[in-house]
Design a protein. Structure first.
Length: 340
């Protein structure tokens, strides 16, 4: 489960130069969230366009202690945020105060138009800078009550994996940062490219459901067989009419039992999951083929162009034609580094 804004305009840096991503680190720096940002935005993958440049900065250049016990080195200070298209705060010790210099740098970057991203406890830094006032935000479910008490002007929602307002985004605990980062790649360069990055990382480009799947106080239930074989079976038949009853029959269970298993394992109903797969497949076809919208609708099992348009607009806030215009006709030449 997510909340995101509709965004069809080209991303920052979409003028042919590489999109500049700067991660702000601060001692003691959580390492996992920083690693997620570096993996998505900083890793060079053979055959992938180098859309992003990634670097880290700190309040002062130099060594930065981490929560894992080893130091890392930040070559740049806060001045690096002045050239950032996206600023990532990859975790923050919740009890740590926000230095005034960092507060000013974060607010200045946001005012200049940079996209601000708080991964897991990184939401604390964005909230302390006043960038989440009056808005919904999320963080790790274990910290949700603490966060809400500390920042009463922010509407905490601990039920989602991430929330994207377009200019400011936050993610739930740790691994949910990957969900948010791949979502941002998808917003920048389309579902097909994000899926390629996800496959290269060995993770799904999009997870259904929200944080209640992972909380410790979830009601106990007996172990259920994995839904993975069924999900694979359905994914190979998106162009046909697959009903919830047929899905249940495939598992030899009742539709009611199937619905319960989906809620437990996936976080949404079978119908919601199936529709999301159809929309995802339509996005890929719109990006990678010149098929008419009517043909795309038939191939993904939505029967007609009118039905696809209605579902597409409800899910993404745009039309199939507008989506294709944004993501199908990008310049094929890879972006260049600044100054080249």
């Amino acid at each position: 489960m997510i909340e995101s804004s509709s965004r069809t305009a080209p991303p920052p840096g979409g003028d042919g130069r590489r999109h500049q991503v700067v991660a702000l680190v601060h001692a003691p720096q959580p390492t996992f969230e920083l690693g997620c940002a570096a993996e998505v935005f900083g890793t060079r993958r053979p055959g992938f366009p180098p859309y992003y440049d990634f670097r880290i900065c700190a309040l002062r250049p130099g060594p930065v202690a981490t929560t894992a016990g080893y130091p890392l080195h930040a070559a740049a200070g806060l001045s690096a945020l002045a050239g950032a298209d996206t600023v990532v705060v990859p975790g923050w010790v919740p009890e740590a105060p926000l230095p005034e210099e960092i507060r000013g740098a974060l607010r200045g970057a946001h005012a200049r138009g940079a996209r601000m991203v708080g991964l897991c406890s990184g939401a604390y830094a964005l909230a302390a800078a006043g960038l989440l006032d009056g808005r919904r935000a999320t963080t790790h479910w274990r910290r949700a009550a603490h966060f809400a008490a500390r920042f009463p002007r922010v509407r905490m929602d601990a039920t989602v994996l991430y929330i994207d307002h377009g200019d400011v985004a936050t993610s739930a605990g740790a691994a949910a940062g990957i969900d948010l980062l791949l979502h941002l790649v998808r917003a920048d360069h389309g579902a097909g490219y994000a899926a390629r990055v996800g496959r290269d990382m060995g993770v799904p480009p999009h997870r259904e459901g929200g944080q209640p799947q992972f909380t410790e106080d979830a009601p106990p239930h007996r172990a259920e067989p994995s839904l993975a074989p069924l999900l694979d079976w359905v994914s190979g038949r998106l162009g046909t009419r697959v009903s919830v009853a047929e899905m249940a029959a495939q598992l030899r269970v009742s539709p009611r039992t199937l619905a319960r298993r989906f809620t437990d394992q996936v976080g949404v109903s079978p119908g919601q999951w199936l529709l999301a797969q159809r929309i995802s497949a339509a996005r890929t076809l719109l990006e990678e083929t010149d098929l008419p919208v009517e043909a795309v609708a038939v191939r993904v099992g939505l029967s007609s162009a009118a039905n696809l348009r209605r579902r597409f607009h409800h899910a993404l806030g745009t039309t199939p034609a507008a989506y294709r215009s944004t993501f199908r006709h990008r310049l094929p030449a890879p972006p260049q580094s600044p100054g080249t």
